[in-house]
Design a protein around this ligand. Structure first.
Ligand SMILES: [Zn+2]
Length: 190
């Protein structure tokens, strides 16, 4: 199983995080087959769907993902047009929405994005990403501070003090390292 993490705060950033260990010389690809796009979208809550996806679509999703990554983590200065154009191109289609039955406490009916195809999935993600940039800007997208992580997330906390992708993951790893340096055992948080 791919062990995907959904800590980005936005599905588009969670997609960026499907490429792991970006800090290393050999990052790890978790979208390894066309079928993994379907599994990721399902795990993200867009399913259930069985996308008609082949190698071309897989490549398309990866290119889209790397454009997102470049836009949020690009060095200071204007973003590259090629990345902006790619996201805009996907945003030009209108993402549909579907109604879905829901428990009474949620009002009985909710909407979910209609992402029955890879191209619709990218359209939905492009619109979500554009909304995120409008709401937070890319300045609030951070990379986890742990040197062996590289996951990205939106820091919407007051004062922007969030340092880790999650406390359970890198927060604890950092704590263990700090204690190891002091020669004391650390209390691991669950
Ligand atoms: Zn982390």
């Amino acid at each position: 199983m791919e062990n995907w993490l959904f800590i980005g705060g936005f599905a588009s950033l969670d997609l960026v995080n499907t490429k792991r260990d970006r800090w290393s010389a050999t990052p790890r690809e978790t979208l390894t087959t066309p079928a993994s796009i379907t599994r990721w979208a399902d795990a993200q809550g867009f399913g259930p769907h069985a996308f008609c996806a082949g190698d071309r679509e897989l490549e398309e999703v990866r290119q889209f993902r790397e454009a997102l990554y470049a836009l949020v983590m690009s060095p200071k200065g204007p973003a590259r047009s090629v990345d902006i154009d790619l996201i805009n191109q996907h945003a030009c289609s209108l993402p549909g929405a579907l109604l879905q039955k829901a428990p009474r406490e949620q009002g009985g009916v909710v909407t979910r994005p209609a992402v029955g195809s890879v191209s619709n999935l990218l359209t939905v993600l492009a619109h979500e990403f554009i909304w995120m940039v409008g709401e937070y800007g890319t300045g609030k997208v951070k990379e986890c501070e742990h040197e062996r992580c590289g996951l990205v997330f939106v820091d919407a906390s007051r004062g922007m003090k969030r340092r880790w992708c999650s406390m359970r993951r890198c927060g604890n790893r950092a704590k263990v390292q700090r204690h190891a340096q002091k020669g004391q055992p650390a209390q691991i948080q669950e």
